[in-house]
Design a protein around this ligand. Structure first.
Ligand code: ASP
Length: 357
């Protein structure tokens, strides 16, 4: 663990029996802010959550909040924080019915993706949420997002949690975490998941999209935590006129082990000789290159066009319909956890947590 955490227990139930027990992990972001007397935004004290969200009293919930000592803007979140969040879930897995992670929106899709690969055998809901406006603001989306996330995290069907995967809940939509992307910075609908339908939609009722949700394991598998990340990776985003010098400087970075290459459309790239030579050289020196599209929806199909045939031939892996956020976090975790080069490549192109079709 990188730091000491603050723990707050909140009992919303009036009677002795709680409907569900929820662990909220507060990492920071806009959601947890309120205005102080001078009008500045400051992180709000979670022991006052009942004042902020009086409706919580109507549910018999046992809520524990574990708060990062220094709430973070999510631009400062790193793999050390992913490891901490994973550890907190892992340590508290048996005691709680569900987990809600409050997180800034900017890198929420990376954290959700990372956690989906880290928490192997997950059979309970882990819901990340945040807000575009602080909880103390008049028109804030924070209350809605937080309250519905808690409701989804406590929802059960036939004694099993309805959701048993890592998700993002935002603007009335529950998305698979490793399929989601932040696509808007100033609207409430900040996230999209173009390649996988929402797992639930919240209106008057919460409608679950059962055919597209991960099925719960009937037997209770124990949770396994993987938390070693290798950051010797790069994202190479192509653009027209990209220079040989830039491509080569990225591909010859000292210690580099993996590259997520963001290509055009269905996985296309320039056909210039120098480009393929640079890729070929990198791949022959055991650098893994994975092809992910710059489009927010659709699939990489290497060989569909002339401009992607050669990528397949030099050994570039197809990321199919994976998001860049899921590809880079999966690559870092596999490089950190596994030693065998061929096994890492095989796992990269195999769906591990519903991240690709
Ligand atoms: N910059 C903030 C963050 O990601 C934005 C937000 O919370 O929505 O932490």
């Amino acid at each position: 663990m990188t730091q000491k955490y603050k723990i707050v227990n909140i009992k919303t139930s009036s009677g002795p029996k709680e409907e569900a027990s929820i662990l909220i992990i507060y990492t920071g972001g806009t959601l947890g802010m309120v205005y102080d007397n001078e009008g500045a935004l400051i992180p709000f004290n979670f022991s006052q959550i009942k004042q902020q969200i009086p409706l919580l009293k109507d549910h018999d919930l046992g809520i524990t909040v574990i708060s990062f000592p220094q709430p973070l803007d999510s631009s400062n979140v790193s793999s050390a924080h992913w490891a901490d969040i994973g550890y907190i879930v892992y340590q508290n897995y048996r005691q709680y019915d569900g987990f809600v992670i409050l997180h800034g929106t900017d890198t929420m899709a990376y954290t959700a993706s990372a956690l989906s690969f880290m928490l192997e055998g997950l059979n309970k809901p882990v819901i990340l949420t945040g807000a575009q406006l602080p909880i103390g603001a008049m028109r804030s989306d924070a209350r809605e997002n937080l309250f519905t996330s808690i409701e989804i995290a406590s929802a059960k069907k036939d004694g099993h949690p309805k959701i048993c995967e890592v998700c993002i809940f935002f603007d009335n939509h529950l998305l698979r975490g490793n399929r989601a992307k932040k696509v808007r910075s100033s609207e409430f609908s900040a996230f999209a998941s173009e390649n996988h339908p929402p797992l639930a939609t919240a209106g008057i009722k919460i409608n679950y999209n059962y055919p597209h949700m991960k099925r719960p394991y009937q037997k209770d598998f124990s949770l396994n935590l993987k938390d070693k990340f290798d950051n010797n990776v790069a994202v190479l985003k192509l653009f027209p006129n990209i220079s040989e010098a830039l491509v080569k400087s990225i591909l010859t970075t000292k210690g580099l082990k993996g590259v997520v290459m963001e290509t055009y459309g269905s996985g296309n790239a320039p056909t210039e000789k120098w480009f393929y030579k640079a890729l070929e050289k990198a791949i022959s020196s055991k650098i893994i290159v994975m092809n992910v599209s710059q489009c927010i929806g659709g699939n990489v199909i290497q060989g569909r066009y002339e401009t992607s045939k050669q990528l397949q031939a030099v050994g570039v892996l197809s990321g199919r319909d994976i998001t860049m956020e899921a590809a880079i976090t999966k690559m870092m975790l596999l490089l950190g956890e596994e030693k065998d080069h061929e096994a890492i490549k095989a796992m990269l192109i195999t769906p591990l947590a519903g991240e690709m079709a």
